[in-house]
Design a protein around this ligand. Structure first.
Ligand SMILES: *[C@@H]1O[C@H](CO)[C@@H](O)[C@H](O)[C@H]1NC(C)=O
Ligand SMILES: *[C@@H]1O[C@H](CO)[C@@H](O)[C@H](O)[C@H]1NC(C)=O
Ligand SMILES: *[C@@H]1O[C@H](CO)[C@@H](O)[C@H](O)[C@H]1NC(C)=O
Ligand SMILES: *[C@@H]1O[C@H](CO)[C@@H](O)[C@H](O)[C@H]1NC(C)=O
Ligand SMILES: *[C@@H]1O[C@H](CO)[C@@H](O)[C@H](O)[C@H]1NC(C)=O
Ligand SMILES: *[C@@H]1O[C@H](CO)[C@@H](O)[C@H](O)[C@H]1NC(C)=O
Ligand SMILES: *[C@@H]1O[C@H](CO)[C@@H](O)[C@H](O)[C@H]1NC(C)=O
Ligand SMILES: *[C@@H]1O[C@H](CO)[C@@H](O)[C@H](O)[C@H]1NC(C)=O
Ligand SMILES: *[C@@H]1O[C@H](CO)[C@@H](O)[C@H](O)[C@H]1NC(C)=O
Length: 503
């Protein structure tokens, strides 16, 4: 049996080789390496996608996900830099020093380069690697920038929350350009809405791609993060939404959805689609103060409630031989690293120990997820809450959350845990929260209670203790968080009026 298999593999290999010599294009692709297109949306909430019952229309995302696999037990991190750092490294923040907050514009901080990025590994596996959009993994030194982290080309911005049309970010009341093309500032795109600009650049990448290599495209949209800005025509179709923030936000989502449609069409036109795996993911939960929504999940962006990080995500594309499916396997953003590198036929040599799991079988076959435990985070720099409730184990004042099987444990201050329906959704029932202000431990069975209504911490003290002990073990493997003071040398006025490296 084993021998037959070997023979079979030899025949297949021989065919693939023959194909390569006869075909003028698509050679590596015939060898089984799919194109990988990763679309990351910013601050896109659980209730902001049509297929979750949103009042916002996302026909493209609905159709793409319906022709693939919707990930309905999928987790990201509660804020921006952390999710991107785990996507690029496959490692938890406690292992990269980025466990506190985001990287602010002037902090001399970055995703450490002691371990290769996803782009490094895909490039090593023979991929052409391109990035368009938001980096937000640190830029104070050249060596941390995308073009030095495995991307052949880069077009995008380094900070967060810039203007969608003018592509600038303030420093001490003055706004400075943050837009680059392979390290050079881009000064001629003022007025181009970023959903159009970035989609256009991603389409350029697709159109000029030489198919002798497989393609890795990482498109990290600015959409739909604040500021709330969109060309009027997108907002107009939502004029029945009375809340101004939600209305503009809905328009921004529509522009994003249209961008994904255009990109998909470009992949089809180029003949790449049937050998492409397209992944769509948010970076964190929606921000309710800037139009986003996560109902019926509890809490929102930046919190340790499900609304902070139970993310929208799906996998689609012609290389995925499964459609109309919903995956209930526990999948986390750190899993993409081993999943995609392995799918690309690469190896995981040379990385620091990964926290992600290869989830390709979970996604493509619905085999059980190899992931039992998911450390949401431990943040020892976050202001503590309440008093330590147990001795000789985890200090419950410290902000942390962990998932172990069905259970999720939260300690410290998880942030505001209200259930917030969309502004025009007055028909939704919102329970009142009656909790002491000093409470600092919660336990939920997320499988039974995904919206966190039913705290089990007093009912199941032994489960609480078991999960606290696992937090202690994780904490023992943590590196110290890095959160340096701002460095005034970042001032763009000192560097040609454009944001960029200063050391
Ligand atoms: C606005 O109208 C659209 C149909 O055009 C509908 O799908 C949506 O639910 C409406 N939203 C509100 C808030 O009434
Ligand atoms: C800006 O310049 C680039 C490079 O020359 C060009 O490709 C692009 O079309 C220009 N954009 C606009 C809006 O003119
Ligand atoms: C694509 O790359 C191959 C291998 O490097 C090269 O031989 C070929 O000329 C390239 N095709 C185009 C259209 O640039
Ligand atoms: C999508 O393509 C259409 C047709 O070319 C164009 O009008 C529209 O602006 C594009 N949208 C985005 C978001 O790129
Ligand atoms: C993929 O698409 C190309 C171009 O449309 C076509 O020639 C090829 O047969 C397709 N391959 C598969 C496996 O569907
Ligand atoms: C990765 O490690 C394996 C096993 O040690 C080795 O066979 C392989 O050559 C390595 N690959 C690379 C690219 O270093
Ligand atoms: C977690 O680890 C840090 C060192 O990284 C240590 O200072 C702290 O006491 C530990 N916290 C708990 C609750 O074990
Ligand atoms: C939590 O957020 C809700 C919704 O914005 C707000 O009504 C409530 O006052 C907040 N609670 C606290 C304690 O800040
Ligand atoms: C969590 O709830 C689900 C659904 O009710 C149940 O099947 C499962 O056994 C529960 N898990 C634990 C650990 O009690």
């Amino acid at each position: 049996m084993c021998k037959c298999l070997l023979v079979l593999i030899a025949i297949i290999t021989a065919c693939a080789v023959a194909d390569q010599s006869s075909a003028s294009a698509g050679t590596r692709q015939d060898a089984g390496q799919p194109n990988i297109v990763f679309v990351l949306a910013d601050d896109f909430g659980f209730h902001d996608v049509g297929y979750h019952g949103s009042e916002i229309h996302t026909p493209t995302l609905d159709a793409l996900s319906a022709s693939g696999v919707r990930l309905e037990n999928y987790y990201v991190q509660p804020i921006c830099t952390p999710t991107r750092s785990q996507l690029m490294s496959g490692r938890y923040q406690i292992h990269t020093g980025l466990q506190h907050g985001i990287i602010n514009s002037c902090q001399p901080n970055a995703l450490p380069n002691d371990s290769p990025t996803l782009a490094d590994k895909l490039k090593e596996s023979g991929y052409a690697t391109h990035m368009v959009g938001k980096w937000h993994l640190g830029f104070y030194k050249q060596e941390y920038l995308p073009w030095n982290r495995g991307f052949d080309t880069y077009f995008g911005y380094l900070n967060a929350a810039e203007d969608y049309f003018n592509h600038n970010v303030p420093w001490r009341q003055v706004r400075y350009l943050d837009l680059r093309d392979n390290n050079g500032p881009v000064r001629n795109e003022t007025g181009q809405y970023s959903a159009h600009l970035f989609t256009g650049k991603a389409i350029d990448v697709v159109q000029s791609h030489n198919t002798s290599k497989p393609l890795f495209l990482y498109l990290a949209y600015q959409s739909v993060h604040a500021p709330l800005e969109v060309p009027e025509k997108y907002e107009h179709k939502y004029r029945n939404i009375t809340d101004k923030n939600r209305r503009t936000f809905a328009g921004m989502v529509s522009a994003l959805d249209e961008g994904v449609a255009n990109l998909t069409q470009a992949l089809k036109d180029k003949g790449l689609w049937n050998n492409t795996v397209l992944i769509f993911s948010t970076d964190n939960g929606g921000q309710i103060h800037a139009g986003g929504n996560n109902y019926p999940l509890r809490g929102w962006k930046a919190s340790l409630w499900e609304g902070g990080f139970h993310g929208v995500g799906f996998v689609s594309g012609g290389a995925l031989k499964r459609s109309g499916a919903v995956s209930k396997g526990l999948i986390h953003v750190s899993d993409w690293f081993p999943t995609l590198v392995t799918l690309a036929g690469g190896n995981l040599n040379g990385t620091k120990p990964l926290d992600g799991f290869n989830q390709w079988d979970t996604i493509s076959n619905e085999t059980p997820s190899p992931r039992e435990i998911l450390l949401h985070n431990i943040d020892i720099l976050y202001p503590q809450k309440g008093v330590p409730l147990y001795s000789n184990t985890w200090d419950t004042r410290v902000r942390a959350a962990i998932r172990v099987g069905d259970y999720k444990l939260i300690t410290g201050d998880p942030g505001n845990g209200s259930w917030v329906p969309p502004p025009d959704g007055h028909l939704y029932f919102v329970p009142e929260i009656q909790e002491s202000a000093a409470k600092n431990v919660w336990l939920f069975n997320i499988t039974a209670d995904p919206n966190e209504h039913n705290d089990l911490s007093s009912e199941k003290p032994l489960e609480v203790l078991r999960l606290l002990q696992i937090l202690v073990q994780f904490n023992n493997t943590a590196v110290p968080p890095r959160y340096p003071a701002p460095d005034p040398r970042c001032d763009p006025a000192l560097h040609g009026d454009v944001w960029g490296p200063w050391e």
